[in-house]
Ligand binder design. Structure first.
Ligand code: HEC
Length: 219
């Protein structure tokens, strides 16, 4: 009799857990994440009360734009780190690579950058873009355009091949392979002194935009 009771109790417990789990599993809504207050990006709201008024893109589109801009940003970060390693002694200098990196940053600026910040995709889960992007679109686009100018000027300064007496000499990337033994001149590259100022301008443009437009995330 006791065994029977035990098995009945176990059965009842099992059935309860199974049905709870089943109900939970099928309760997920993959459509949109707008309906969970307190989690993720804020919902639509009445003027003044809510953060965000329509039109808002669908969850899928917001996510794609967010991924695009975050991918682009981390490419920018990689390029900037590489440039700073070359200019501040982390690794040897390679002129053509340095120019390419600056041009790569330039190619992800201006409209190429701001198009990933569609007003309906700014406030999104997992994104650190602040609503201020949308509220100050002109300033935001200004930064995106300045990024193009700053990266272009850096590329132009990197191309200059000054005379050694007017240059800062940096160690050459492949000197060990491409230079003859004892050929001192070959192991150095002449870089125009204005390059550092241009690099700092570029880096300050990134940071300037982040200070105003990148905040905490909606997780
Ligand atoms: C016009 C404004 C603007 C400029 C210019 C800008 N950023 Fe950003 N950046 C942002 C915003 C906004 C975010 C947050 C994006 C998000 O999470 O949706 C961001 C995010 C990032 C991230 C985090 C990406 C991730 O995976 O979450 C990195 C890294 C970054 N930026 C690097 C840079 C670098 C390096 C530069 C300069 C070469 C730069 N940014 C220029 C606005 C800008």
């Amino acid at each position: 009799m006791r065994d029977l009771k035990k098995s009945l109790l176990r059965g009842a417990l099992g059935a309860t857990l199974l049905s709870a789990a089943g109900a939970y599993a099928f309760s997920f809504d993959f459509g949109d994440d707008d309906y969970y207050p307190g989690w993720g990006a804020p919902m639509y709201g009445p003027p003044g009360g809510g953060y965000y008024l329509p039109p808002r893109l669908s969850s899928y589109d917001r996510h794609s734009l967010k991924m695009n801009r975050q991918d682009m940003m981390s490419d920018h970060q990689d390029a900037l780190n590489e440039l700073s390693a070359m200019l501040y002694g982390g690794k040897g200098f390679d002129r053509s690579e340095a120019v390419q990196l600056a041009r790569m940053i330039q190619s992800g600026s201006g409209i190429k950058l701001s198009r990933n910040f569609h007003p309906g995709a700014v406030v999104t889960s997992g994104s650190r873009a602040m609503p201020s992007v949308w509220q100050n679109q002109d300033a935001f686009k200004g930064y995106a355009d300045n990024l193009s100018v700053a990266a272009g000027e850096l590329a132009k300064a990197l191309v200059i091949q000054p005379k050694p007496e007017n240059a800062i000499m940096l160690p050459k990337r492949d000197a060990a392979f491409s230079c003859k033994k004892g050929d001192e001149a070959c192991t150095k590259v002449a870089v125009d002194p204005s390059v550092w100022e241009k690099f700092n301008n570029l880096s300050a443009t990134c940071e300037g935009c982040h200070v105003g437009f990148r905040g905490f995330g909606w997780w």
